[in-house]
Design a protein around this ligand. Sequence first.
Ligand SMILES: [Zn+2]
Length: 264
Amino acid sequence: MTGRERLMLTAALAGDLVDANHILFDRGIVDGFGHVSARDPDHKDRFWISRNLAPGMVTAEDLMCFDLDGNAVDDDRTSYLERYIHAEIYRARRDVHGVVHNHSPSVIPFTVAKGVSLRPVCHMCGFLRKEAPLFEIRECVGDGSNLLISDSRLGAALAKSLGEEPLVLMRGHGITVAGANVRQAVFRSIYAELNAKIQMQAMALSPDVVYLSQAETDNANATIDSQLDRAWNLWKQQVGAPARPNPQNRSTEIGDRQRVDPAR
Ligand SMILES: [Zn+2]
């Protein structure tokens, strides 16, 4: 940032980011840890994420702006150690505008059990498409790491494992989920946890589980994707927030010109 440029985020997108934190906490996807971010709609090489705070406590005042090297822009508050996850995924994937990183409890078994992959088992989880990719941190830094994505090099390696997929599993750690917007990243995080739970139940009943085919995942995903706001508005109501149009949906951006400075 140079001169007297002020950091700003639309009120609607700041609202979505705060709501995303509260919804993920309310749905048990994050606890004291985990985080969610949004790409800045006007500066595509920046993103917004809370300062180092439990997601359930985040307000608009806590949002910070970062560049894609993971450096805070004009802000010296303490930030999340794993902000490089978000930075490197936004760098690698121009189609991604929302990212969630969490330690979703039913997903973690799929990061450590050999010979088993997280795969789509029901129509609500068609976004999974096929076997979820797995990031093995030992392939980058060997044995003895703390498993955290604490620099750009590890963030880039994670983004490489993600590839063009909607999510990547992280061995012994958790999951990172990408979305076209914050709402989609939240939806996918909640349903990845549900898919993991259902898949484990099915595998306990039979070793021969029928997964969605590629054609079924494509069609189911296209249908469900158009219905995300229905779930989002219910989840918002449960955390006490009023329903609003999706600020990252172009068809609803017009008229949303009032801006706030969330860091002040
Ligand atoms: Zn983590």
